[in-house]
Design a protein around this ligand. Structure first.
Ligand code: N01
Length: 486
């Protein structure tokens, strides 16, 4: 590729998993890589999402890298801005700055003559031995097709592309969507809005969590000063988080108990008609579990209305529901989630013999152990198909995957092969194991629709526990790969 910058590896995306990959490369002494990032900063979802109320519903002492413990989180569940600052700090502390090129969208990557030709929207070109897609799952905002949405005269904002200049005080706000985001944004907008109409298509079960609980400064100081205290806390939380994989993947009394907690929480809503509207017709834990400390009290405030009659259309000034009721509105907030199964698309990705990722994934995203795809040599995904959203720590998963990929790169650098790709047989075997293991999970049996589902109804999640993941990604199994030596 004439005029291309030649590097050993190109990583696409400087979000949580791209940073983990970069740090793993640095630790292995591999310096010859770039991280190409579309946004103006690192952090991925924590860079793009800036909506009011953005909080992580995973405890912060777990929602961090094992190699970068932060003792002094401000809250038990840190706000988005603090998590974003943490990612920037980790990237700086680990010397990733010179490797990261922000404002650079990769538009195509083509495998040719034993390596990858990568092109960016600005016309820059890279040639690399290895390509790693760390492009995230929740990246492409899903904009609903609602009649008249385009005609709305006021601001229409998707939560994942929040306009920080938007003045919501004293406004009549329509919030569409009741996932983790919708619940958080309604809670944050309610106190200063004139009215909030929360449009719900499917109610969600909500587990109570002390989302606003601050961490006393003393705790942070103790964790920083006592040797190994922060690392120990992380290990304890990681171990304890095994309960999530347990209750979601295996029917047991523990699952029933967690489900009862969600049902009991709903009893905080005294008004029976409102409680009925808030009661899902599927089992708790089936969708990505929503956690909130205040939603049920917020939704009972005088200026909040839960609307479940379905949106018929939007006019320049109002939302009209299927029952014919018209509500005058100043701002429409779309908390309608993401096109989660796009992964690295819409970029053009072409593997061996001209095979495009769209053709390879015509029946939905499938890969080998979350990270490799047959006929896409020297290509790996971080948090690829079947990644454990909501059941195993994503940082743990990313670090494990990065270490696995680095092992493969080191074999390449020792001259053991020039091209590597997973066999179709190993990939099929993995997907068959997933298919079987998904059967008893609550995502499959719980009777809901969720963004976990592919178009064909299969569930794009990790149906095993953390130990199984650690075993599967400990060392690459030579029998599962084709190697080319040239
Ligand atoms: O998106 P969602 P989200 N008309 O897809 C509704 C992570 N996260 O942004 O259920 C009307 O969950 C849709 O309705 P339905 C977390 O993994 C983490 O809230 O399809 N409504 C649903 O209610 C989470 O799971 C944190 O019937 C429409 C909502 O929009 C993931 O992000 C915080 C509609 C979408 O819910 C996504 O959450 C926030 C339409 N046409 C998010 N289309 C943490 O704290 C869609 N909806 C870590």
């Amino acid at each position: 590729m004439i005029g291309a910058t030649e590097v050993h590896a190109v990583i696409i995306g400087a979000g949580m998993s791209g940073i983990a990959m970069g740090v793993a490369l640095k630790k292995a002494g591999i310096d010859d890589f770039v991280i190409l990032e579309k946004g103006s900063d690192v952090g991925g979802v924590w860079h793009w999402n800036r909506y009011p109320g953005l909080t992580c519903d995973v405890p912060s002492h777990l929602y961090q890298y094992s190699f970068a413990p932060k003792p002094n989180w401000s809250r038990l569940f840190a706000p988005g801005t603090e998590i974003q600052a943490y990612h920037r700090q980790v990237a700086d502390d680990h010397g990733l700055g010179p490797h990261i090129v922000t404002g650079t969208e990769v538009v195509s990557a083509v495998f040719r003559a034993g390596g990858w030709d990568v092109a960016t929207a600005a016309g820059d070109r890279y040639r690399c031995d290895f390509l790693v897609a760390a492009t995230g799952v929740l990246h492409h905002p899903a904009v609903p097709e609602i009649e008249g949405l385009d005609s709305f005269a006021g601001p229409v904002v998707h939560t994942a592309r929040w306009d920080e200049g938007l003045d919501t005080d004293g406004k009549r706000i329509a919030v569409i969507g009741t996932g983790s985001t919708g619940v958080q944004v309604v809670g944050a907008l309610q106190p200063r809005a004139r009215t909030v109409a929360h449009f719900t298509r499917t109610p969600q079960w909500i587990l109570w969590g002390p989302m606003g609980l601050t961490q006393p400064k003393l705790v942070g100081e103790l964790l920083a000063r006592v040797p190994y205290a922060e690392r120990l806390l992380y290990r304890v939380l990681l171990q304890a988080s095994g309960i999530l994989a347990d209750i979601t993947t295996t029917p047991s009394w523990r699952r029933s108990l967690a489900q009862s907690l969600a049902r009991m929480h709903l009893l905080r809503v005294r008004d029976r008609a409102l409680r009925r509207k808030l009661t899902p017709d599927y089992e708790p834990l089936c969708k990505r579990q929503v956690v909130s400390g205040n939603y049920y009290s917020v939704v009972q405030k005088h200026n909040v209305e839960l609307v479940d009659s379905g949106i018929a259309r939007i006019t320049p000034t109002s939302v009209i529901t299927a029952d014919g009721v018209e509500r005058e509105i100043d701002i429409v907030v779309l908390a309608t989630g993401f096109a989660a199964h796009n992964y690295m698309r819409p970029m053009t990705l072409v593997g061996r013999d001209g095979l495009t990722i769209d053709d390879a994934w015509a029946k939905g995203p499938r890969g080998y152990r979350m990270t490799a795809i047959p006929r896409f040599p020297n290509f790996f995904t971080m948090l690829g198909p079947n990644s454990p959203i909501g059941s195993v720590s994503l940082q743990f998963t990313a670090e494990l995957t990065a270490a696995y990929i680095v092992q493969i790169m080191q074999c390449f650098r020792r001259g053991e092969f020039t091209e590597i790709e997973p066999t179709q047989a190993a990939t099929d075997e993995f997907n068959e194991q997933v298919r079987e293991a998904i059967e008893p999970t609550i995502w499959h049996t719980g009777g809901c629709n969720s963004w976990y589902q592919n178009e064909d109804g299969t569930i794009d999640l990790w149906p095993f526990d953390r130990k199984t993941m650690a075993t599967m990604l400990a060392t690459p199994d030579d029998r599962h790969f084709h190697f080319t030596r040239s």
